[in-house]
Design a protein around this ligand. Structure first.
Ligand code: PEP
Length: 266
């Protein structure tokens, strides 16, 4: 953590919960965050499945927890069967969206060109865009991890102007660490986050790089979170499995708050 960047913790519920248990989880998250006393020091967000957004949003009410979606269309409207636009997400109360999760990059073939379009439209709509990047295991084994991630960043940011990218949170999620129980070591995660920050400085400028939050995702849990968050370029986490348990999610938020406070944040 770094004192100047407030931690961001997102809970990616993926294709889990049903309507009733999603509402229960949202309720429990609010209660657990209040009990953990972290509302003042962490930006927390939850990303339920599309059909539950509106109802979960009502449960979140006027709390500080951001409602987010797991994806959005690259188009504004029209003949795109099954797609959901960024504007529609805003209509149902979303304030954030995940772009380019590896389960979409690799499972559904989304490439940087498409993700650039999605990022542009999400930002234009006023959403906080959590842009995911990360290498596969073979890319890491070949020593190409930083180059792959830099290429993804350049492709996704593309021609976006500095003033439009203020609301981006970059999520570094090594593909081999997502849902596997295997996390990047705190040292490897920190090294990659520092590399991402250098790419952002090169794409825009050092001030933009210094204020942009770069969060880590990949099997973060209540036990390993603090060691990861102590990295000076690690500004929080995107949490999958552990976000489905309100107490674990709140413990991860507390780890972020403690790491931030230890770094001099408040
Ligand atoms: C994710 O879905 O972005 C993720 C990091 O999942 P998990 O925490 O389960 O590895």
């Amino acid at each position: 953590m770094h004192a100047e960047r407030r931690p961001f913790i997102g809970g990616n519920w993926k294709m889990n919960t049903d309507l009733a248990s999603g509402v229960e989880l949202a309720d429990a998250v609010l209660a657990a965050l209040a009990a953990a006393g972290v509302e003042e020091s962490v930006d927390a967000a939850v990303y339920p499945p599309f059909p539950y957004l509106f109802t979960v949003g009502r449960t979140l009410g006027h709390s500080a927890v951001l409602l987010g979606a797991q994806d959005c269309s690259a188009d504004v409207s029209g003949a795109f069967t099954g797609q959901v636009s960024a504007g529609m997400l805003c209509d149902v109360g979303c304030r954030s969206v995940i772009i380019g999760h590896s389960e979409r990059r690799h499972g559904l073939g989304e490439d940087d060109e498409l993700l650039h379009e999605k990022l542009a439209i999400a930002l234009e709509s006023g959403l906080v865009a959590v842009l995911c990047v990360g290498e596969t295991l073979s890319e890491r084994d070949d020593g190409r991890a930083e180059a792959v991630v830099a290429h993804q960043l350049r492709g996704c940011f593309g021609t976006l102007k500095a003033e439009t990218v203020e609301r981006v949170v970059v999520a570094y999620e090594p593909v081999w660490a997502i849902g596997t129980g295997r996390t990047a070591s705190p040292e490897d995660a920190q090294a990659m986050h520092a590399s991402i920050r250098r790419v952002l400085a090169d794409l825009y400028d050092s001030r933009f790089a210094a204020r942009t939050r770069i969060i880590y995702g990949g099997s973060v849990n209540a036990k390993n979170a603090r060691a990861i968050f102590d990295g000076p370029d690690i500004d929080g986490g995107l949490i999958g499995g552990a976000s489905l348990k309100a107490d674990d999610f709140a413990s991860i938020c507390r780890a972020a708050a403690e790491a931030w406070s230890a770094a001099g944040g408040h």
